[in-house]
Design a protein around this ligand. Structure first.
Ligand SMILES: [Fe+2]
Ligand SMILES: [Fe+2]
Length: 381
């Protein structure tokens, strides 16, 4: 490559370089002194000398979360073609068309790219209006949760250390945005009213959003995502809701994020065990327990016992909490039996001829693939 060089003044360049060196020392030392004095020094937690965010490279978490997210990246246009999204590239559209042509006629009919009127007809064929309303009531609870997941993960992005962890959180922000807009459009297709957040959800999600620093990991990636994982795992087998399998896959990655992060940046023993944090964590999830009762009628409409579902969620959430070091006021071995008693007590009062059940041992996740994904998350063989 041959460049025709431009004439410049060597002297001027020398003067600028020494001025820059002087200025560099001045701004950096002024910011260092300000930080030490507790004032706002350098705002960016960025280490330009190492070309790295503060906290280092974090290559392991980047590979486990950022790379994996991109490997499993899904597009709404392909997975739910009846919605309005146009997020596939031309190459992806062509590839999908080619893949379709290689299927048998029967498979083709099953995977046909249906449009919105056909999708609505499918819903009307499969469900009564009351059943459609039940599904929308249940799924909108997590739909509002996706709005908070988007907000909370965007805040967490600014709180984590290392380049790898920031890359991982960036993918979560992106995926929550996709979950929010895609799920909202999917629910609108049911043509029934979409309810507001219940008071229990409002309290639960506001509590999570207001949690301090990395405690948001507990509220969001453990508690809220634990509920989301269970709901998507339960509903993705229903006709017309197959796309939820992909939400389930994303959420499983999000629930694993805190323990991946704490592998590299462990919490101190005080952060894990101090009584104030243990109480705050328990308090954060209490409103979610009322959600089980709130959704009881709608879950019953699609053949699910709310307390079996609640038990399944609690088993998962307490497992994830313990694994990440988010201890609660009561240890898991005490909390689960206690909640099982409370669930049975409520059922004795409200259900005729109720027989004692081990609700915490139920598993509401249905599909084979979804169970395999959760087995990997929960370390079950
Ligand atoms: Fe989500
Ligand atoms: Fe998520």
């Amino acid at each position: 490559m041959e460049f025709s060089k431009v004439q410049t003044s060597k002297r001027a360049a020398r003067v600028e370089r020494s001025a820059e060196r002087y200025m560099d020392q001045l701004v950096r030392s002024a910011d260092r002194i300000k930080s030490r004095a507790g004032l706002e020094g350098r705002k960016a937690r960025y280490d330009d000398v190492q070309y790295e965010f503060v906290g280092g490279e974090g290559e392991k978490i980047r590979k486990r979360h950022y790379d994996k997210s991109l490997r499993h990246l899904w597009k709404a246009q392909k997975e739910a073609p009846f919605l309005s999204f146009e997020d596939c590239s031309k190459a992806e559209r062509d590839l999908f068309g080619m893949a379709l042509r290689n299927l048998t006629e029967e498979e083709q009919a099953a995977r046909k790219r249906i449009a919105m009127p056909e999708y609505k007809a499918l819903l009307d064929r499969e469900y009564t209006r009351r059943e459609k309303q039940a599904i929308v009531n249940i799924l909108s609870a997590i739909g509002h949760g996706e709005a908070y997941a988007w907000l909370v993960s965007a805040e967490l992005l600014g709180e984590v250390d290392s380049t790898g962890a920031r890359a991982a959180l960036t993918m979560q922000v992106f995926e929550e945005a996709k979950h929010f807009v895609v799920l909202r459009e999917l629910l609108r297709a049911f043509d029934v009213p979409i309810p507001r957040q219940s008071a229990w959800e409002y309290l639960f999600l506001e509590g999570v959003y207001k949690a301090d620093g990395l405690e948001k990991f507990f509220g969001m990636n453990v508690a809220v995502e634990g509920v989301a994982l269970s709901l998507f795992g339960m509903l993705s087998q229903l006709p017309g809701l197959e796309v939820l399998r992909l939400f389930h896959l994303d959420e499983s990655r999000h629930t694993a994020l805190p323990s991946s992060y704490f592998d590299e940046f462990p919490m101190t023993s005080w952060e894990k065990h101090n009584p104030a944090s243990r109480w705050r964590r328990l308090k954060m999830i209490l409103p979610a327990l009322m959600l089980v009762i709130h959704l009881e009628e709608d879950l019953a409409e699609i053949g699910v016992d709310a307390f079996e579902f609640g038990g399944s969620v609690l088993w998962k959430v307490t497992f994830l909490a313990q694994r990440s070091g988010f201890y609660m006021l009561l240890p898991r071995s005490v909390l689960l039996p206690l909640l099982n008693e409370a669930f049975n007590g409520y059922c004795r009062l409200t259900r005729e001829g109720h027989r004692r059940q081990a609700f915490m041992e139920a598993d509401s996740t249905v599909g084979r693939r979804e169970r395999a994904v959760e087995a990997a998350v929960f370390g079950l063989a």
